[in-house]
Design a protein around this ligand. Structure first.
Ligand code: ZN
Length: 297
């Protein structure tokens, strides 16, 4: 499905960076793979959308950004990883928690995520040592937490507006939003004007459900005074494979592999399920024996 894409733009002579995204198909795919209840679909969907917006700042296709929310809510840890070319995957510890999903007619995301805990952002720029920043969760609504992270940990005042609209039947009708960053040099009056416009914007899913594109969302914020730099498709993407599953098994050590061979004898092998996309790999006994022989040298 999907006309999912992200645009990157600049305004105010390069002093303002802006991104807008429609990630409806991505979030529908996350929901399909993880069987999330609506409030968790909204939570992981917002986080994955945020990861894609953060990923738009990566310079290289194999760079990765991972956003991890460890809140005290019943959904447990949520995590999303985006690469530098618009791919994202995600996981949630408890996709179907026992929680009151709706408050005041809206999905109560912070009830599932929790209102205390940590948000950690890891940028792997292929340099060996990833850059890691952590802040406390301030709202549990995800967007505010991502904005707080950018302002506090990276010292870039930022507005993050992201949302997921889930239909009564649990399907995803719309997901997406925007990220606006003020770089050093923006005057106070320019900053105040942008903040006012953003404060008065409709909710992101209101705009997306009305059929507005990412470009139109940016136009609402900046009028004609901005420049679109790039447009990029975004999609659910998990780089897992049978080879990677075998490497993961190797890391468990020889005793664990020997156990897997014993337990898997009657089934012809061992099942490995990727936590990110729920893909199932059957590693045949012959491969397991080969791995064991390698491990025992
Ligand atoms: Zn996978």
């Amino acid at each position: 499905m999907s006309g999912d894409y992200l645009v990157r733009a600049t305004a105010h002579n390069g002093l303002v960076r802006a991104f807008a995204i429609n990630a409806t198909g991505v979030v529908a795919e996350l929901k399909r793979r993880h069987h999330t209840i609506p409030v968790v679909t909204a939570a992981i969907g917002r986080l994955a959308t945020g990861a894609l917006l953060f990923g738009a700042m990566l310079k290289d296709s194999d760079h990765l950004v991972t956003v991890r929310l460890q809140g005290n809510g019943p959904a447990g840890t949520l995590l999303a990883t985006a690469n530098g070319i618009g791919g994202v995957r995600g996981l949630v510890a408890n996709p179907q928690p026992d929680v009151e999903q709706v408050r005041d007619g809206k999905l109560d995301v912070s009830a599932a995520v929790g209102t205390a805990g940590h948000l950690t952002v890891t940028r792997d720029l292929g340099l060996g040592q990833p850059y890691i920043g952590t802040v406390e969760i301030v709202s549990g609504e995800v967007g505010d937490d991502l904005a707080h992270y950018l302002a506090r940990s990276e010292q870039v005042p930022s507005a993050v507006g992201i949302g997921v609209f889930v239909n009564a039947d649990g399907s995803v009708e719309a997901a997406g939003g925007y990220l606006v960053q003020l770089l050093p040099g923006v005057t106070d009056s320019e900053a105040a004007r942008i903040e006012n416009v953003i404060r008065d914007l409709p909710h992101p899913t209101t705009m997306l459900r009305a059929g507005e594109s990412p470009e139109q969302i940016l136009h609402r914020i900046f009028g004609p005074h901005h420049q679109i730099l790039t447009q990029r498709d975004v999609r659910f993407h998990c780089p897992c494979s049978a080879d990677r599953a075998e490497r993961a098994i190797m890391m468990l050590g020889p005793d664990a592999v020997a156990d897997m061979i014993e337990e898997g004898t009657h089934r012809g092998g061992a099942d490995v399920i990727c936590e990110f996309c729920k893909e199932r790999y059957l590693i045949p006994l012959s491969s397991l024996r080969g791995l064991l022989a390698t491990l025992r040298g």
